[in-house]
Design a protein around this ligand. Structure first.
Ligand code: GAR
Length: 199
């Protein structure tokens, strides 16, 4: 059984989409994986409530309680690693997790750390992606699922969704249209990743 730990900071709609898929009996039988925990750096993250309503184990590692990024990441790693299955390190899924991770953290989870970013990478890494796409006059926007590497919002691309920019779009309307597609591609990309794992 492969365990999946999801990290969130906010609403948790991607997390909910992944949990929904992972609980489908056919998906479960096919990929032998389950979401075992949801961890947030913010106690107020609405996604935590959603996760608890789903009966999932949740934890909070509040970044404000640590002096350095290194200390926070070490505590986060401890919270994650207690969900490893015997002999099977967990897949770590960043789903709206709004923290920059240290190189040591990224190295520890190399090859089993996935992220979703609300732009068509390599365009618009970082924040405010939808406003920046509108300001640049883009006709299309979208989202990218990728493996996390040492460079922020880079790393091998696993899936992308493209959505049209519609006249009159605001950052909010565009974000909503992109988010709907995120809910489709993230579970699918995780399934594809799991299918490639040995054993
Ligand atoms: C999503 O749009 C996700 O792509 C984005 O935050 C939102 C989280 O929504 N992630 C980032 O910006 C990471 N750099 P959710 O909490 O409802 O899944």
């Amino acid at each position: 059984m492969k365990n999946i730990v999801i990290l969130i900071s906010g609403g948790g709609s991607n997390m909910a989409a992944i949990v929904r898929q992972a609980r489908d009996a056919r998906w479960h039988a096919r990929y032998g994986a389950q979401v075992v925990a949801v961890i947030s750096n913010r106690a107020q993250a609405a996604g935590l409530l959603l996760a608890r309503q789903q009966g999932l184990t949740t934890a909070v590692v509040d970044h404000r309680g640590f002096d350095t990024r290194e200390d926070f990441d070490a505590a986060l790693a401890q919270a994650i690693d207690r969900h490893d299955a015997p002999g099977q390190p967990a897949l770590v899924v960043l789903a709206g997790f709004m923290r920059i991770l240290t190189p040591a953290f990224v190295a520890r989870y190399a090859g089993r750390l996935l992220n979703i970013h609300p732009s068509l990478l390599p365009a618009f890494p970082g924040l405010h992606t939808h406003q920046r796409a509108l300001d640049a006059g883009c006709r299309f926007a979208g989202a990218t699922v990728h493996q996390v590497t040492g460079e922020l919002d880079h790393g091998p691309i696993l899936a992308q969704a493209v959505v049209p920019v519609i006249p009159g779009d605001t950052a909010d309307t565009l974000a909503q249209r992109v988010l709907t597609q995120e809910h489709r591609i993230y579970p699918a990309a995780i399934a594809a990743w799991l299918a490639q794992q040995p054993g």
